[in-house]
Design a protein around this ligand. Structure first.
Ligand code: GTP
Length: 341
């Protein structure tokens, strides 16, 4: 099953940069070297069994945009499952960006009326003042431009986890059996006495599904480890409990209401942070010509195992019960493989 995803936006808005981070495991620092995309570049990524993501990165220079909207309209806009339109938060020519956006939206509606539309207000790191307020204003402006078309807007940057959050949500909409996967993950979580189990796609490390959070109870929900992005280069491919608790830190702000129902102080950004940090770790592995295989952490208050589940996925299991051994978690992952293949 092939799902076509069209990535559109003005030249220099950051389309190829995000593609290179998410699909090619490159660091943000290398994106400055990327040249302008000529015409359309296509990527195929195999997600879960027979789901293939067919990504069309469409160069944003004016001549290409004019061609997409005229001669190539049916080639570009037919059979699209998702259109992602990227806007620079501090665009120098927003009225031109919006004119092209309206053209693309109309072409999409005509050729793929069922396609979902996601808008990224990108390079949000460049905003000096109140980012939330800027994002809210931009969201309002873009929703108005979209008329009666339902759009989802994210603020993104290649320099933090926001990009993973947006892309995980987008990809999630393309997975036909996401609810079944969540159910299987819940069973696995129960078998492991885990507080949470998360399924990642292998190449991109985008979140595919998570175990359904159990109802509030003293043992409910957890925060997977939040790792410092500055940790050192790995010395072995199979890391074990040799990371200290200073290497990993937990975050995050909580209201008193959350604390009542969340004894483990859930981080709301835990999924995308994990994606971002594991990608950084994988990059560090490749710098020393090692391959990333798996990860184990045993800290004072929780244990986590990240292991290959299937050819295309990794699973992260987080447990707050100190009596549970990581070997047992790994064995359960092995036993669960068949269910997910
Ligand atoms: P075309 O291929 O011409 O359509 O451009 P593009 O949209 O693919 O832009 P590209 O990815 O080549 O990015 C242009 C520049 O934006 C590069 O120098 C990137 O480093 C920079 N860039 C991309 N994302 C971000 C971001 O989140 N923040 C900041 N500050 N710069 C970014």
């Amino acid at each position: 099953m092939k799902k076509k995803v069209v990535l559109m936006g003005a030249s220099g808005s950051g389309k190829t940069s995000m593609r290179s981070l998410i699909f090619s495991n490159n660091p943000a620092s290398l994106t400055a070297r990327l040249g302008a995309t000529i015409d359309v570049e296509q990527n195929h990524v195999r997600f879960l069994g027979d789901l293939i993501l067919n990504l069309w990165d469409c160069g944003g220079q004016d001549t290409f945009m004019e061609t997409y909207l005229a001669q190539q309209q049916s080639t570009i806009f037919q059979h699209v499952a998702v259109m992602i339109y990227v806007f620079e938060v501090e665009s120098r020519n927003m009225s031109k960006d919006l004119a092209y956006y309206r053209g693309c939206l109309a072409a999409l509606r005509k050729n793929s009326p069922e396609a979902a539309v996601f808008l990224l207000v990108h390079k949000i790191d460049l905003v000096r003042g109140d980012r939330a307020a800027v994002l809210e204003r931009k969201t309002h402006e873009l929703q108005q431009e979209s008329a009666d078309v339902e759009v989802t807007v994210f603020g993104t940057s290649i320099y933090d986890e926001s990009l993973y959050k947006a892309w995980s949500r987008i990809v999630h909409t393309l997975i036909p059996n996401a609810a079944v996967l969540s159910k299987h993950l819940t069973v696995l979580a129960q078998a492991c006495s885990a507080t949470e189990v998360i399924l990642f796609e292998r190449t991109t490390f985008l979140v595919i599904a998570t175990s359904t959070p159990p109802p509030a109870s003293p043992t409910a929900i957890t925060s997977p480890p939040t790792m410092s992005p500055s940790f050192s280069t790995p010395s072995s491919t199979h890391t074990s409990s040799n990371f200290t608790s200073t290497t990993y830190s937990r975050s995050i702000p909580h209201t008193s209401v959350q604390q009542d129902s969340d004894p483990h102080k859930l981080s709301p950004t835990r999924y995308e942070r994990t994606s971002e940090l594991i990608k950084a770790f994988k990059h560090a592995c490749s710098r020393v010509r090692e391959e990333f295989h798996s990860l184990e952490m045993e800290l004072d208050d929780f244990t986590a195992v990240l292991d290959e589940l299937t050819k295309n996925t990794y699973v992260l299991i987080v447990v707050h019960d100190p009596t549970i051994e990581t070997a047992a978690l790994r064995m359960n992952v092995r036993l669960a493989r068949k269910k997910f293949e």
